[in-house]
Design a protein around this ligand. Structure first.
Ligand code: HEC
Length: 136
């Protein structure tokens, strides 16, 4: 009897770990973090029409605009990345001013100014967020 119970227990655990049963499914960690870390306060994710809506870029298709490595650096320290004025930063800026209908000029990073160093993400959290962003 005991061994039967053990077998049933093993089967239940196993089916959970390989995702056979939705009851055992892990919630999407990246999606959870996107809300918990307040990314969702600023970022609209499903706005294929406008890249800035009205101030922050919608994140749909963001995998086509940046490398994972760039996002890693950005999420660690947006101020430092913004200051490099690299091609990715220039692209964000160009999109922003195109959306506003005015000529690009130097401006501060809103993300860095507003959230500053308050969002502290671990490397694992950053990877989970990137996995989530890559699905959008
Ligand atoms: C205070 C509002 C705000 C918050 C909170 C915020 N962002 Fe941003 N984010 C921005 C803005 C604005 C930009 C555009 C660059 C700039 O001005 O800083 C941006 C740019 C980005 C980009 C590049 C988008 C593109 O289209 O090129 C990514 C990716 C991103 N943010 C992810 C995140 C994630 C993940 C979080 C949560 C940890 C987050 N942001 C939190 C405002 C915010």
């Amino acid at each position: 009897m005991k061994s039967i119970q053990r077998v049933i227990c093993f089967l239940l655990l196993f089916s959970g770990s390989v995702g056979f049963s939705p009851a055992f499914a892990e919630p999407d960690l990246g999606q959870k973090l996107f809300k918990e870390k307040n990314c969702a306060l600023c970022h609209n994710i499903h706005n294929p029409g406008t890249v800035f809506a009205p101030m922050c870029p919608g994140l749909q298709g963001v995998r086509n605009r940046h490398s994972k490595d760039w996002i890693r650096k950005w999420l660690k320290n947006p101020a430092r990345v913004w200051a490099t004025n690299d091609a990715d930063v220039q692209d964000i800026n160009a999109r922003y001013f195109r959306y506003r209908g005015s000529k690009p000029k130097q401006r501060e990073s809103f993300m860095a100014t507003i959230i500053g160093k308050k969002v502290v993400l671990t490397d694992d959290e950053i990877e989970a967020l990137i996995d989530y962003l890559w699905k959008l």
